[in-house]
Ligand binder design. Structure first.
Ligand SMILES: [Zn+2]
Length: 318
């Protein structure tokens, strides 16, 4: 039924299950000072807790230039048994400091790096380190293209990344994940990507649930995209109850192409780094409540069928 590219090789999509579609095992960003994820053993321990909470797979959503660690991902995947899909691409502009070398990259340079990550493999360290190899000497390859935009804003930098993502998508068939700020400009991103030849069905809009508006979500989903709901445990901004009811309202209107993630993303919230609530929160605390409210079939689609659909490499059409 199709191929999914993981950090330890390609798998048949039918074998992928229970996917957390948004976490970070390694990440360094000037936007998250003193919250870096850089310790292999702590990240391994946190990944094991994610597995023990009921997830079999995850997307590591750290793109180029923000401390991603392909060798570390392959190592953790091997030791924990978690299936991990890594990201190429570039985040929204604010994550890159004023003197970050990636700011100088043209659209073609970006596209070439994205294609390289998916086809030949990621470098040990960005931007141009030696090729990363997993234990058996195989390259560690990315399986999804991460992009991002600002709050009601697509900067020149971000537009270049989206253009490069469309080129890489056409060459590899990999899906595109777009980080949205409070779910703003979802329609505009889908319009832009469509104009670049990317069907909405190959796009996932991450953090859509930061806007609690089921009507808006239904309209986005009706275009064929996937929405990422990855904001549980952010009680300061919204309750899990409101997130569950948002999900129920969208599903009751007949749209269900939703995927789940945790996006905990900060060492101060990883148990293995001394924080809380950790990557186990989603599986231990949130998913059971979602199941109780929506039933197992609906949740199973979000955890397995929808991520399979998204992550399948669709052969580019001539
Ligand atoms: Zn994230």
């Amino acid at each position: 039924m199709g191929t999914i590219r993981t950090v330890r090789g390609d798998i048949d999509a039918s074998t992928l299950r229970a996917v957390n579609t948004h976490e970070h095992l390694f990440q360094v960003s000037p936007l998250l000072p003193a919250d870096e994820l850089t310790d292999l053993e702590r990240s391994r321990s946190e990944a094991a807790s994610l597995r023990d909470s009921g997830f079999a797979s995850m997307i590591d959503a750290t793109p180029i230039g923000l401390g991603r660690n392909p060798v570390g991902l392959a190592d953790i995947s091997g030791s924990t048994g978690l299936t991990i899909v890594a990201s190429t691409g570039m985040h929204r502009e604010a994550h890159y400091g004023d003197d970050h070398p990636l700011r100088q990259w043209s659209v073609d340079r970006r596209a070439a790096a994205f294609v390289r990550d998916i086809v030949s493999g990621m470098p040990i360290s960005d931007p141009d380190g030696a090729p990363a190899e997993e234990v058996e000497g195989e390259p560690v390859r990315a399986g999804i293209i991460k992009t991002g935009i600002g709050y009601w804003s697509i900067s020149a930098f971000e537009r270049m990344t989206l253009e490069a993502a469309a080129i890489a998508h056409a060459q590899t068939g990999a899906a595109i994940m777009v980080h949205l700020e409070h779910c703003t400009a979802g329609h505009e991103v889908l319009d832009l990507l469509s104009s670049l030849g990317v069907l909405p069905s190959r796009v996932m809009l991450a953090h859509a649930d930061r806007l609690n508006d089921p009507g808006h979500h239904v309209e986005l989903l009706a275009r064929g995209c996937t929405l990422g709901y990855d904001g549980a445990a952010r009680w300061r901004d919204h309750s899990d109850h409101s997130l569950i009811e948002l999900t129920a309202a969208v599903i009751e209107r007949g749209e269900d192409r939703i995927v789940l993630g945790g996006d905990v993303a900060r060492s101060s919230r990883y148990v293995a780094y001394g924080g809380m609530p950790g990557l186990a929160y989603l599986g231990d605390r949130y998913v059971p409540r979602l199941r109780y409210r929506l039933g197992s079939d609906a949740v199973e689609r979000m955890l397995t069928a929808n991520p399979r659909h998204l992550l399948k490499l669709i052969a580019p059409t001539a």
